[in-house]
Design a protein around this ligand. Structure first.
Ligand code: SF4
Ligand code: SF4
Length: 409
C-alpha cells in the first residue's frame, strides 16, 4: 500500500552531522552510576529525529492494549487473511503465533522505539488522471538517492536500518550493554500496533497507520531493547480520527477492505502484485486496474494525506524517481531481464520478480482497453511462466470482448 503536489509544509532535511557519533549530546537517560539504565522518551525521540527519522515514539512493554491487538492478529491469521505470507503464521513450539506479542520471540524486551520516515512527495496520485497506457508503481517504491552525481534506486529497508543502527549504537555508547534488535519490516513484530502504542497515530479504516500531522505515507522501523522506560509513563494515544469517513472502503477496487479496519490481504492489490506468485484469481483482475506494483488508492483518497495537510518529505535518501511515476506500460514491457534488473537494482520492485512484474503488466494492459498492446500479449500468451501466460490470455480476451462489444448509442 504503501503522492504528490505542492504541500504547504515540508519536513526539514536532517544535517548528516546529527546522525550520531562520539561527542554528540542529548540522547537517552542517565545510567552508569550503579543504577539500572532507563530510556527517557523525550531524549530518545530527539535522538531518532537527529538520526534522520520524521517522528518517533517510545513505549514500555508489554503495552496496555497488547491483549486486544494479540487477539485481533490471531483472529486475522485464523481467518486465512494472510494468504501465502506464511511468515505471518509462524508459531513457537508450543503453538503460539510468534508475532502476537513482542515477548513471544523476545522475552527480554522491555521497550520498543518506533521510528517513522515519511516518503510523501510532490508527485501525482494514483487516483489522478494519467497518460494513456500508463501503469502505477506504489509511491514507496519510487525511492532513490544521488551517488557520485548519479541517481540510484534506494531500498527503504537499508536506508531506515542504517538510521536505526545509528540510534542503537548511540544508546549503547551512552548506556552500556543491553539487549537490542533493530528491524525494518523483517522482524517478528507487528510494527503498526507498536506504532499506535507508541503514540504515532491511529489505525485507519484502510488498516494503515495515520499520523495526524504527517499522514500515512510513512515507513516504520522498530528498535526493541531490554531497557525499561523512564517513569513507565505510557505515551499519549492518538484517538481514531476517521469519524464517519469511508472513502478508502468505497474506493478499494477489489473490496479488500471487507469492513472498517479489516483488510483481507488475499484481495489486496499490494499483496496480489507483490507477494502472490503465479496466476491471479481472474475475478480480481478488473479491479487491479493499472497497478503494476503495489497500490496507493486507499491512501490517495484519504483526507489525512491531502496536500494542505500532509507534508512532503525532503529526504535525500528517499527521493522519488520521476521515470517511475505513471510509467508507460510499453516501456516496461520491452525490458529484458538484464534491463529490468538494472532498472530496479536495489529497489523494492525486485520483490515481485521479473515474471511477476510482467504478469502485472499484462493485467494492466488488459485493463487499459488499448488494442495496441495485443501483439505483446500474444507473445506472452505462449510464455512458460504460468502466471504471465494466464494473465496475457485473460488480457487478450478482455481486449477482444471490448472490441466485439456493440458501440454505445
Ligand atoms: Fe488499499 Fe484496496 Fe489498494 Fe489494498 S487493494 S492497497 S486495501 S485500495
Ligand atoms: Fe479513515 Fe477516511 Fe482515511 Fe479511510 S479515507 S483511513 S476512513 S480518514
Amino acid at each position: 500500500m504503501n503522492i504528490d503536489y505542492q504541500y504547504e509544509r515540508s519536513i526539514p532535511a536532517v544535517p548528516q552531522e546529527a546522525t550520531g557519533g562520539p561527542g554528540q549530546r542529548g540522547t537517552a537517560a542517565p545510567c552508569n552510576d550503579g543504577h539500572e539504565a532507563v530510556l527517557n522518551p523525550e531524549s530518545v525521540r530527539a535522538l531518532a529525529l537527529a538520526c534522520g527519522f520524521s517522528e518517533a515514539g517510545l513505549v514500555a512493554l508489554p503495552y496496555p492494549n497488547e491483549d486486544r491487538d494479540a487477539a485481533r492478529f490471531e483472529s486475522w491469521v485464523g481467518a486465512g487473511r494472510a494468504g501465502s505470507m506464511k511468515y505471518l503464521e509462524r508459531t513457537t513450539e508450543d503453538g503460539r503465533l510468534v508475532r502476537t506479542r513482542p515477548a513471544v520471540p523476545f522475552p527480554w524486551a522491555r521497550s520498543a522505539l518506533v521510528c517513522m520516515a515519511i516518503y510523501n512527495s510532490a508527485q501525482p496520485r494514483s487516483t489522478d488522471s494519467a497518460p494513456e497506457g500508463a501503469g502505477w508503481i506504489a509511491r514507496y517504491a519510487w525511492s532513490s538517492r544521488t551517488e557520485r552525481g548519479e541517481r540510484r534506486p534506494s531500498d527503504y529497508h537499508k536506508v531506515l536500518l542504517k538510521r536505526l543502527r545509528a540510534v542503537e549504537a548511540r544508546l549503547h555508547e551512552e548506556l552500556g550493554a543491553f539487549e537490542s534488535r533493530a528491524y525494518v519490516d523483517t522482524g517478528p513484530v507487528v510494527e503498526r500496533s507498536l506504532a499506535v502504542a507508541a503514540g504515532l497515530g491511529w489505525t485507519g479504516k484502510n488498516a494503515c497507520l495515520i499520523h495526524p500531522r504527517l499522514g500515512s505515507f510513512g515507513f516504520l522501523a522498530v528498535l526493541l531493547t531490554s531497557l525499561p522506560v523512564e517513569m513507565t509513563a505510557t505515551p499519549l494515544l492518538i484517538p481514531d480520527r476517521c469519524g464517519t469517513c469511508t472513502r478508502c472502503i468505497d474506493a478499494c477496487p477489489t473490496q479488500a477492505l471487507i469492513a472498517p479496519y479489516q483488510m483481507d490481504a488475499t484481495r489486496c492489490i499490494s499483496y496480489l502484485t507483490i507477494e502472490h506468485k503465479g496466476p491471479l484469481a481472474s475475478e480480481l483482475l478488473p479491479g487491479v486496474g493499472r497497478q503494476i506494483f503495489g497500490c496507493d488508492i486507499c491512501q490517495d483518497v484519504c483526507p489525512w494525506n491531502r496536500p494542505h495537510r500532509a507534508p512532503v518529505a525532503v529526504d535525500a535518501d528517499l527521493a522519488p524517481r520521476p521515470e517511475l511515476v505513471n510509467p508507460a506500460l510499453e516501456w516496461l514491457a520491452g525490458l529484458d531481464l538484464a534491463e529490468w534488473e538494472g532498472l530496479f537494482n536495489g529497489s523494492p520492485v525486485r520483490r515481485a520478480g521479473f515474471a511477476g512484474f510482467r504478469r502485472n503488466l499484462a493485467v494492466a494492459m488488459g485493463n487499459s482497453g488499448l488494442r495496441r498492446f495485443a501483439p505483446r500479449l500474444e507473445q506472452w500468451a505462449d510464455e512458460a511462466d504460468e502466471g504471465l501466460r494466464a494473465a496475457a490470455r485473460w488480457a487478450l480476451e478482455k481486449l477482444q470482448a471490448q472490441e466485439d462489444a456493440p458501440d454505445r448509442p
